[in-house]
Design a protein around this ligand. Structure first.
Ligand code: AMP
Length: 286
């Protein structure tokens, strides 16, 4: 395994492989790796000749009052986990390598970035698409791996990949959860014991919504109401959104047919957690 920190070194390593026909599976992350990230690395390794991981806390996807400065950084541990899980390359660039002095180009996806998380984080997806486009250009992967936990991110990046003709496949991997159901997230470390306990309401409410759907409920509004009511029983929870949307364009929908995305974002203190499920099962990307 090799740790690469500069764009120049990454480019020349990539060039040395071109023509060899070896496929690359790529996993972009912001580090503080947990089992969710590791599941992506293992999938990338199994489906390709090599797995490349980037670890970059991307400043442009954080809003002015968000947690960029205090985002957990655990570089040594991350490098060890990448090694144990079979990554070939870890790209760990400093900010100036990705955004050199004078950078002024953005990659921006329009409609699917407006709702859900985009409503309260208006510059977030522009930061995500810009950095991922840069990383795609540098790594030139055959497949790129993302978690369903960040469902809107997957849909935005799939749109970008198709719109900009990146020659790669987006692969979505299931959300990995703690034993009690909480979706794994690097931000879970911010939660105190009481918040951590009350945050279980997210996965619980999604499970109840799935049960309602299985019992024949097809009114999206009723499912949203049920989830909202349940989350509101937790005094430390402040809802950002509870929405049922079509996966194809992330537009809200009332009459359910199965395959719609039920997504929630909830604050516990200043920590914003997200979770989701595809009602009735099914794939996020059609
Ligand atoms: P992040 O480091 O938070 O930017 O996440 C990097 C990648 O890991 C993204 O594709 C996330 O969707 C994915 N990821 C984060 N948490 C999980 C999880 N609990 N299960 C599966 N994938 C995850």
């Amino acid at each position: 395994m090799r740790v690469i920190r500069s764009v120049g070194e990454l480019r020349s390593y990539r060039k040395s492989l071109s023509g060899a026909g070896a496929s690359v599976g790529f996993v972009p992350t912001m580090g503080c790796l947990h089992e969710g990230h590791l599941s992506l690395i293992r999938a990338a390794r199994h489906q390709n000749d090599s797995a490349w991981v980037s670890i970059f806390v991307n400043p442009t996807q954080f809003g002015p009052n968000e947690d960029f400065e205090r985002y957990p950084r655990t570089e040594e541990q991350d490098i060890a986990l990448c090694r144990e899980n079979g990554a070939e390359i870890i790209f760990l660039p400093p900010v100036r390598e990705i955004y050199p002095e004078g950078s002024q180009t953005w990659v921006e996806v329009q409609d699917v970035t407006k709702g859900l998380c985009g409503a309260s984080r208006p510059t977030h997806f522009r930061g995500v698409t810009t950095v991922v486009a840069k990383l795609f250009n540098l790594v030139q992967p055959d497949r790129a791996y993302f978690g369903q936990k960040d469902a809107q991110q997957v849909i935005v990046l799939d749109r970008m990949t198709r719109d900009l003709n990146f020659p790669l496949q987006i692969v979505v991997c299931p959300t990995v959860r703690e034993l009690d159901g909480l979706a794994m997230s690097s931000r879970n470390v911010y939660l105190n014991d009481e918040q951590r306990q009350q945050a279980l309401v997210l996965s619980q409410s999604l499970r109840e919504a799935e049960e309602l759907f299985e019992q024949g409920e097809r009114d999206g509004g009723k499912i949203v109401q049920h989830v909202t009511d349940l989350i509101r029983t937790m005094p430390l929870a402040t809802i950002d959104y509870v929405s049922v949307v079509r996966t194809v364009d992330l537009q809200p929908t009332e009459i359910l047919q199965g395959g719609e995305l039920l997504a929630v974002a909830v604050f516990f203190g200043s920590t914003r957690l997200i979770d989701n499920t595809v009602l009735g099962g099914g794939e996020l990307l059609g």
